[in-house]
Design a protein around this ligand. Structure first.
Ligand SMILES: O=C(O)CC1=CCC(=O)O1
Length: 270
């Protein structure tokens, strides 16, 4: 099954089976992306762990639902999807707004979360003015109108070479997202301040950032890491906002090494 109705919204997802006794890894995505941004990490981890990927509402093949959204809408969707899949005590690996969803899940539904990998994210991203301007551009001129600026923050100059087919492919991913879903998630980002949430996270947490991230630069991610009790912080060289695309090998090994440090929890898998 790749589609499930939760909270009156169809969510596109994949569950890849893995060995019993290993924690499920759940991947959550950035604004303007779908679950394929994790593909090069997922293929490296598949077989060693059960894996869940999904498209948050308003993105990929998932429904739009009621707009605009709040971060809580996204958190409740992920909680309902994991309940539906009978996943508990997972390692939630969230990138950008996906990392905010992961933080929210860890505090709202601690039974679902064994540990967090927070990639290129923060307790607060951007300013209300910035998100309002972005919403206006998307609503009046479409995602294409901001694509080049977004891609400059997503990727390093080395990745943005005109001859790099992957660069053009991910540009297509961005511009083909629903403008309505994109703007609705910008509203969720505008309204989200997870400062108090981050302080209450009580699971082992790894915070990761690309050294050239133009959206949540290393100092921003570090300030989130400092709020989370006991969190570790790592920088990935030669990566922008989406290290799972630019440095999948390093990203994978960081996730693997982090999971190896987690205490065994008997009921942490399906
Ligand atoms: O679009 C960007 O600048 C990057 C981004 C911010 C939040 C998110 O999920 O992606």
């Amino acid at each position: 099954m790749q589609f499930a109705t939760v909270n009156n919204v169809i969510l596109h997802h994949q569950l890849i089976g893995g060995p019993a006794g290993r924690p499920v890894i759940v991947f959550a995505n950035a604004l303007g992306t779908d679950f394929r941004i994790w593909r090069d990490v997922v293929v490296r981890l598949a077989g060693d762990f059960p894996i869940v990927t999904y498209d948050k509402r308003g993105h990929g093949l998932s429904d739009l639902g009621q707009v605009p959204y709040s971060i809580d809408d996204h958190v409740l969707d992920l909680a309902a999807l994991l309940d539906r899949l009978d996943v508990k005590g997972a390692v939630i690996c969230g990138l950008s707004v996906g990392g905010m969803i992961a933080q929210g899940l860890a505090t709202k539904r601690p039974d679902l979360v064994k540990a967090l990998v927070l990639c290129d994210t923060a307790h607060r991203i951007g300013t209300a003015e910035m998100w309002d301007a972005r919403i206006e551009s998307v609503e009046t001129k479409g995602i294409e109108s901001l694509a080049d600026a977004v891609l400059e923050r997503w990727f390093t100059p080395a990745f943005r070479r005109p001859e790099n087919a992957a660069y053009h492919g991910y540009r297509n991913m961005l511009t083909r997202q629903s403008a309505v879903g994109y703007a609705a998630t910008c509203a969720a980002l505008r309204d989200a301040d997870l400062t108090e949430t981050a302080k209450r996270i009580s699971v082992p947490t790894l915070c990761v950032v690309g050294d050239q991230d133009g959206s949540t630069p290393p100092d921003v991610v570090l300030s989130m890491a400092r709020l989370i009790p006991g969190a570790r912080y790592e920088v990935i060289k030669d990566a922008g906002h989406i290290p799972s695309i630019e440095q999948p090998e390093i990203m994978t090994e960081m996730v693997r090494a982090f999971i190896a440090t987690l205490p065994e929890v008997g009921d942490s898998h399906r």
